[in-house]
Design a protein around this ligand. Sequence first.
Ligand code: ZN
Ligand code: ZN
Length: 381
Amino acid sequence: MDYSVDLILKYPLINIKSTEKSDIVRIHGKIYVHHKYFAVTLHQITHLNGAPKYKLKSITNVKSKSTLSKIKNALSTDVFRNIVEVLDQMNEILLQDTDVKHLEVHTDIYRKVIHEYSEFVKFFLNISTCELKEDLTTICVAVTDSKPRLHSVEIAVDYSKKSSDLFRISAADLPEKDQAILKGNESLIALFDTFIGQLELLQPYFELMDTLDEHATILDPDKPRKSDAYRRIWLGENISTIITVDPFNIYERPDIKFLGPDRLIESFSSSLNENIGKWVYQENIFQGILDLLGLQEFPKKDTATNQVNLLVEFGECSICFCLRLNNKLPEIICTNQSCEKLYHNQCLYDWLVSLHAKRVFNNISGNCPNCEKTISCPLMN
Ligand SMILES: [Zn+2]
Ligand SMILES: [Zn+2]
């Protein structure tokens, strides 16, 4: 047969065998189309005069019915001079209908992502840096607000096709995960516009936190992030206050707690009690906080006279050396004025239990780990 060299080169896994019927040849084997093998069986029927006819007996791996009927149609209507032409035709149909089609859909999405990204970069003038990761899955943006303050955002591209929301914000330093923002959007510009709107909404919050950071000695957090809606502020030796605000309700009276021995807290808490009723809608929230505390301004900690090598920062538990344990601040203070160490209830309880201290009703009482004077705390589970 004159086509066999061509067949061996193009379709090396195809065999041709004669059958009992002299006019029928069985063609069987595998063809390789776009990373996939298809096992096929065909019959070639030769009539005396005219081109041979081909019939598909079986084919594996074809999932779509339309692909199958396209092949059958082609075999019954088209004219082929030889088996190579038949296999070429089948090859073409399989290419169109299987993986390649799949690939084209993906290419469309990639094209859309790149298009959205380039439109996005042109659309927002306040973008300071912007990067689309090479694998097209993440977009990192740094944007300035009206102040200007810098905000970093990470946007994820969702290729899962489970939702039409191609873009969603995967990381942003915002005080609370806002559902509207994290919902995602099929348009990158629309998604980012929601985010910018959120930044504008939070301007009074950012403003207050910046003012606190500038005008007070902040003990905690160490390096405030925009999502930190609280500040622990130094009020004097051994006394501090924790001010927590609601970022979305900034004009509400903030939550104010004091940390320190009673004798130092007293004057602040009486000022707070006195002024608490006077809190109305505050145009200047920073001033409102000073008024609540009965202060003209926040005292500044003199760093020059600050004791170095202090093992425990004031406010931290003197057993675990941490400020927070299970999100709780140290609740117990040693009543000895020359000690006044702070302890988490849990830490002190464990300590006293380990020393087999006395239990009286709902309390356990023993010696302060620091000054050894009597100290007690409620029993824990
Ligand atoms: Zn502790
Ligand atoms: Zn003590």
